[in-house]
Design a protein around this ligand. Structure first.
Ligand code: GLY
Ligand code: MN
Ligand code: MN
Length: 439
């Protein structure tokens, strides 16, 4: 191809990533006795009885090769010993701009068909599987197995440890997201409403809303205590106590997932020290990240540390251990310490071991999405939180734990919602490296 900068490091990293991916697929397909696998990108859903579509992100295993989150109705055939065959749906269309592939070196290494139709390619004779959002009837018509769990599990496992290319993409996604977080903080301190904060974030991180890896969580005041708060008020509150912004970016398919919490001009004096406390305990937990560490143990350490923080700040009048044992820390933080991150924000294979055996979360921690031992190459989030959620705290009032909680202080913080500090980290052979730049 012409006009392609083959010397750029991302192209070199991508070439190595694709070579390793081909090798992984070869091994898995051979082991499972398959001649190939057909990956479907997926397509956007239409609203019922309407001609409008929901936003779309391609199937993760398709993106693992192609890195194009918006490539819809397209097919990729992987067979050992053959070049990947990509059939791109690019109809003649004067309503929309037909899909185009980027001017990048990887394109020349694939066999590409730009096609007016979105039908799956005919498969050669042999044993094939088709993966993605397809019906059993379509798989039958191709003579292929439909989403077989052994193949899916093996390929999921192949996404757990990231290549250098993937880590570079995740780092880039973090850089872009952090530019958004800086601007969003300014918008909040200048008096913006939730909607203004979201616009500032999108503008500075250079992305449209439908391209986000997840809907930004922009919570002012009590909304910061709604874990996945989904609205954007367009009027700023009269008193600005807090902002919790959980917002990311997608780069070549790979997701950043970053949260920051800021005290506003009307914050209770007890709030900023709590943010500092959560930030410090997050840093201590990050310091422990290394191969061989069990993520469930880190999650338990988060609860011990939250117990200590609650006691230090006078929110509870009991030992950290008693705060954990009585379920107080879990009422203040009902979510997990973090999760695997990659082509999906909550990436695949977080709750199985390397052989695909289930690793369910502890009974007390049903929301914990990562229950494995860490390995070099894994990318994880670390996102301790501390919230005032009366739905969870109120039941404690009646029991023994009720007497250990300083309800006056807790009620004073309710209008601040809560705190979450979230960074993205890669596990290295000797420890870890942070992908999230400073604010
Ligand atoms: N943004 C969703 C999460 O932090 O898991
Ligand atoms: Mn997260
Ligand atoms: Mn997040």
């Amino acid at each position: 191809m012409t006009g392609v900068d083959t010397s750029s490091s991302i192209a070199t990293l991508q070439r190595d990533h694709l070579a390793a991916l081909q090798q992984t697929y070869n091994e898995i397909l051979t082991r499972l006795g398959l001649d190939g696998v057909l990956l479907y990108s997926g397509h956007p859903r239409r609203h019922f009885a309407d001609d409008q579509e929901a936003s779309f992100a391609a199937f993760g295993h398709f993106m693992h090769w192609i890195g194009q989150a918006d490539l819809a109705r397209s097919w990729l055939l992987i067979c050992p010993g053959q070049r990947p065959r990509l059939k791109v749906h690019a109809p003649d269309d004067f309503w929309h701009l037909p899909a185009r592939l980027p001017d990048e070196p990887w394109v020349a290494t694939f066999e590409i068909e730009m096609s007016r139709d979105d039908a799956p390619p005919a498969l050669p004779t042999g044993r094939f599987a088709v993966l993605g959002d397809v019906s059993a009837a379509l798989a039958d018509s191709l003579g292929a197995a439909c989403n077989p769990t052994d193949l899916l599990g093996a390929l999921d496992e192949g996404r757990v440890r990231k290549s250098d290319y993937e880590i570079a993409c995740l780092r880039d996604a973090n850089q872009q997201a952090m530019a958004g977080h800086r601007a969003a903080r300014r918008a909040f301190l200048e008096g913006g409403a939730e909607l203004d904060v979201q616009f500032a974030y999108l503008s500075a991180s250079r992305q449209r809303e439908t391209a986000l890896p997840y809907a930004s969580i922009v919570g002012l005041n009590a909304h910061a205590g709604v874990l996945h708060y989904q609205h954007y008020d367009n009027v700023a509150p009269a008193r600005r106590r807090s902002l919790l912004l959980d917002a990311g970016h997608r780069q070549r398919g790979y997701c950043a997932d970053i949260t920051r919490t800021w005290a506003g001009p009307d914050a209770d004096p007890a709030f900023a020290p709590l943010i500092e406390g959560v930030t410090a305990l997050q840093q201590r937990l990050i310091d422990a990240l290394a191969p061989g560490v069990d993520y469930v143990d880190l999650h338990q350490r988060m609860h011990q540390a939250l117990g200590a923080l609650l006691a230090d700040q006078g929110l509870v009048h009991c030992t950290p251990e008693a705060a954990v044992d009585q379920g107080i820390t879990r009422a203040f933080c009902p979510h997990g310490l973090g999760h695997s991150l990659g082509l999906q924000v909550h990436d695949v294979a977080g709750r199985v071991d390397g052989a695909g055996r289930p690793l369910p979360p502890p009974d007390r921690d049903p929301a914990l999405r990562l229950t494995r031992k860490l390995e070099a190459g894994m990318v994880v989030t670390m996102e301790p939180g501390l919230y005032v959620i009366f739905m969870l705290l109120a039941p404690l009032k009646e029991g023994a734990a009720g007497g250990d909680i300083d309800w006056r202080l807790v009620e004073g913080l309710a209008d601040h919602g809560g705190i979450r500090i979230e960074d993205n980290l890669v596990i290295t052979p000797s420890g870890h490296d942070t992908l999230t730049p400073p604010v």
